[in-house]
Design a protein. Structure first.
Length: 559
């Protein structure tokens, strides 16, 4: 690791925090969160230790997919604020050392987008080829990503008597990236927001975006993209020309080996970061079994990444907790453990709950999960409210159950808004995870709260760049309830130990590659552990965890 690398490739050990402006803080009492509200909370995020803010879509939208159905890529939803307020937010965040990235959703538009309205108006429309039209759905037909909405990704349109492609909802027609003017538009969108101070994008639904759309039967005469990955490389190169620091964090929910192609190669980068969906799903299988082996196998199976690339680690996001990479019996095990009621499940593949209720509010286990997430090699990505242990509201439809307003206090509407409760953009949670019991203000005052624990983890993570930059070694020790791993880089090394079981575990670990006179410095508790003849003895509490810096006289770091 060179000094220039650590500053240029800031995403290698960032702390990313995802939020939807409309549910964060309402500054004008209309029941909808807004940009000035978020700007007021930048100091809160800085205090937590966040270094990168990921804003979910804030473009104008009819709101049939929580803003992922866009009608104008060059504007801001007026309920959320103005361009002036947007730039103020980005500038305030930057001032506190926080970069801002945002969702880039260009696989599709809303069917209310002027491009689509024009495209569907006639086969001769100049915008016709902005979307993918066919006389007949190809034989390779399949259900959309949201079963229940549509049993086909092809929708018949009466006006021009052709079918259009939509990988997601039927009201989200896919853009045709094989058509050069569409690629020009995408570059313009990327350039536009970068010019406003954005440090990169979370790229929505990447495999769908670049999939070849013209190979099917009956598609002759349509534009072809020679190599979809070349196009992803083109976007990346364009972005690099516009901003020397920007990065792309892609949503690619595929097995690790298939993800590799989306990182590109050293001289031809594509996505600098991708979420580790496989690791996340195996982690839940490990939790369900109190057995570290599924997670260990996933970590061991991660391919080596090109220089500068990184995994985004997460335990929850704004979508259903997808379990689509598990086998049917494995998925059933996780459903049984964490979503016993069918109403907690979605699309037959996921769970519409947040983590704390899945763990029955067991704070030892919740802490274990976040300790794991922050210690695994990669860059942690938090979803707003995780830092205080928010729950879901199952009375709210579909994936919105986990997108309830941020809980700031035990006051009116959880301190989110002064509007009437019936005017809130999404209802709050109730019951044991309601703002009365779970809120940022009371946890901030309580040194033993989850939020302080998460802050401590973030501090330890930021003080241990080897987690983001280092090489992983998984230690063999014969107890399948425990994951013991070392991350090592030129700055030093850290050993993390996690007991996934609800019982105490005694463990003897042999530590490889030790410098003479090494000892273990506990990063979360005021303790130093001796190493005897290359081994350390540990007694872990139920769901216990340790972060131990392997330190020697050569290590000059503090804390
Ligand atoms: O998601 C795309 C996507 O592939 C996931 O919804 C996927 O279906 C799920 O994780 C199971 O694998 C993105 C956004 O995250 C989602 O909120 C949007 O609804 C979707 O795109 C359409 O824009």
């Amino acid at each position: 690791m060179r000094i220039s690398d650590t500053s240029d490739r800031w995403w290698k050990n960032a702390v990313i925090y995802c939020l939807d402006v409309e549910v964060y803080l309402d500054s004008n009492d209309d029941g909808v969160g807004d940009l000035p509200g978020l700007t007021r909370r930048i100091d809160y995020l800085a205090e937590l230790g966040v270094t990168c803010l990921w804003l979910m879509p804030l473009y104008p939208s009819p709101g049939h997919d929580d803003g992922y159905d866009i009608t104008d890529f060059y504007a801001i939803d007026p309920r959320l604020g103005s361009f002036g307020e947007f730039v103020e937010l980005v500038r305030t965040a930057r001032d506190r050392g926080i970069r801002v990235i945002m969702d880039l959703v260009v696989n599709h538009t809303s069917d209310q987008h002027p491009w689509f309205i024009e495209s569907r108006s006639s086969r001769e429309s100049p915008k016709r080829d902005y979307y993918v039209w066919r006389d007949n759905p190809p034989t390779k037909n399949q259900p959309s990503a949201f079963p229940g909405d549509s049993d086909s990704i092809w929708e018949y349109d009466d006006t021009t008597e052709q079918y259009y492609l939509h990988n997601f909802y039927r009201h989200q027609p896919d853009l045709n990236i094989a058509h050069p003017p569409v690629r020009d538009e995408i570059a313009r969108i990327v350039g536009f927001w970068t010019q406003l101070g954005i440090s990169g994008f979370r790229v929505d639904a990447v495999p769908f975006l670049i999939e070849p759309k013209s190979e099917e039967e009956g598609a002759e005469g349509h534009d072809q993209l020679p190599d979809p990955h070349e196009y992803l490389g083109d976007i990346s190169a364009f972005l690099a020309r516009r901003s020397s620091e920007a990065m792309l964090l892609g949503e690619v929910n595929l097995p690790h080996q298939e993800q590799l192609a989306f990182f590109g190669a050293g001289d031809r980068p594509e996505l600098q970061m991708q979420f580790d969906f496989h690791g996340m799903q195996q982690l839940y299988l490990s939790f369900a079994r109190n057995d570290a082996r599924p997670l260990t196998a996933s970590l061991a199976g991660r391919p080596d990444l090109p220089d500068g690339c990184q995994w985004g680690t997460f335990v929850r996001n704004h979508d259903e907790l997808t379990l689509d990479q598990l086998s049917d019996p494995e998925r059933d095990e996780v459903f049984e453990a964490f979503a016993p009621d069918p109403d907690m499940r979605l699309y037959g593949r996921g769970i519409r709950r947040r983590l704390p209720p899945m763990f029955g509010g067991d704070e030892r286990r919740i802490r274990l999960a976040y300790s794991l997430m922050f210690s695994l090699p990669g860059t942690p990505v938090l979803f707003y409210g995780e830092e205080i242990g928010m729950g879901e509201n199952l009375a709210v439809e579909g994936r919105y159950a986990v997108r309830t307003p941020m809980q700031w206090s035990d006051g009116k509407n959880g301190g989110f808004s002064k509007a009437r409760a019936s005017d809130l953009v999404v209802p709050l949670t109730d019951g044991e995870f309601s703002p009365k019991h779970v809120n940022a203000t009371s946890q901030r005052r309580d040194r033993d709260s989850l939020t302080h624990f998460i802050r401590d983890l973030i501090q330890a993570y930021r003080n241990s760049p080897e987690i983001g930059w280092g090489r992983l070694t998984i230690l063999e020790h014969g107890d399948h309830r425990v994951l013991a791993h070392i991350v090592r880089a030129s700055v030093g090394a850290m050993l993390a130990v996690h007991n996934l079981a609800d019982e105490p575990v005694e463990l003897t670990l042999s530590l490889p590659d030790l410098e003479p006179k090494s000892h273990l410095f506990d990063l979360l508790q005021p303790k130093i552990l001796p190493i005897n003849r290359g081994t350390v003895e540990l007694l872990l509490e139920p769901y216990g965890h340790r972060w131990l810096r392997i330190t020697s006289d050569a290590d000059t770091r503090i804390g």
